[in-house]
Ligand binder design. Structure first.
Ligand code: PGA
Length: 251
């Protein structure tokens, strides 16, 4: 992390959370005190059904985001949600290209790019996720895959002000496994180089999050790695205790 990039700890609740979960969000907002606020941005991406209520609950400070969006602003797309709808509900961020979307919804880099463009169109800070599978890592293809995902998913008009990259090795998501800090550094440095190659000096300001089994006990070590500017957190973002425990890595 360099001083010019403000860290971001983002929670992705995935398909978890009924109205009762808003009490956890309220506890997170309460724990996001001035000392923490001075050091790190906090974001929670609840299911779309809770975005508007979460914005009310989080009040000032803690940001709320969506987990996915459609590429179009509106239309005959039953069940889909547009970036404009998320923004209208008070979201400030949207995640696109999460590996669960890439895998279970067959989202290609081109689809992810179109969704990221939608995020920018709706003035949402857009978190573009990339990461290799276990088979790809074992085959020595991690950098090749991540490079292709960055090249193919990053929208035109990307800048430090509107884009965040999340590196999430697929095999580390929800498994309790994490790469070594050396492996994290290798990929994050590679992503930084790809960003500056594409965006010039502007690429230096883009935040690159690490995601995959981040928890309070490993957050400080992972967040200290060069070019790791925060975390994208799944399971451990569901409770205020764990989520704030991760954010405390920046205290
Ligand atoms: P996890 O999920 O923290 O539960 O591993 C991370 C993610 O999918 O963003």
């Amino acid at each position: 992390m360099t001083s010019q990039r403000r860290p971001l700890v983002a929670g992705n609740w995935k398909m978890n959370g009924l109205k009762s979960a808003l009490s956890e969000l309220a506890a997170m907002a309460q724990g996001y005190d001035a000392a923490l606020h001075a050091k790190v941005d906090l974001l929670v991406c609840p299911p779309a059904t809770l975005v508007a209520a979460a914005v009310q609950t989080a009040l000032t400070g803690l940001a709320v985001g969506g987990q996915d969006c459609h590429a179009k602003a509106s239309g005959a797309n039953t069940g889909d949600i547009s970036a404009e709808m998320l923004a209208d509900a008070g979201a400030l961020y949207v995640i696109v290209g999460h590996s669960e979307r890439r895998t279970y919804h067959a989202e290609t880099n081109a689809v992810v790019k179109a969704k990221a463009e939608a995020g920018l169109r709706a003035k949402l800070t857009t978190i573009v996720c990339v990461g290799e599978t276990e088979a790809e890592r074992k085959a020595g293809k991690t950098l090749e895959i991540v490079g292709r995902q960055i090249a193919g998913s990053l929208p035109d008009g990307a800048s430090a002000a509107n884009i965040v990259i999340a590196y999430e090795p697929v095999w580390a998501i929800g498994t309790g496994l994490t790469p070594t800090t050396a492996d994290v550094a290798e990929v994050h440095n590679f992503i930084r180089t790809a960003l500056t190659g594409r965006l010039g000096e502007g690429g230096v300001g883009v935040r690159i999050l690490y995601g995959g089994s981040v928890k309070p006990s490993n957050a400080a070590e992972l967040m200290a790695v060069e070019n790791v500017d925060g975390a994208l957190v799944g399971g451990a973002s569901l409770t205020a205790m764990d989520f704030l425990g991760i954010a405390a890595a920046y205290k």
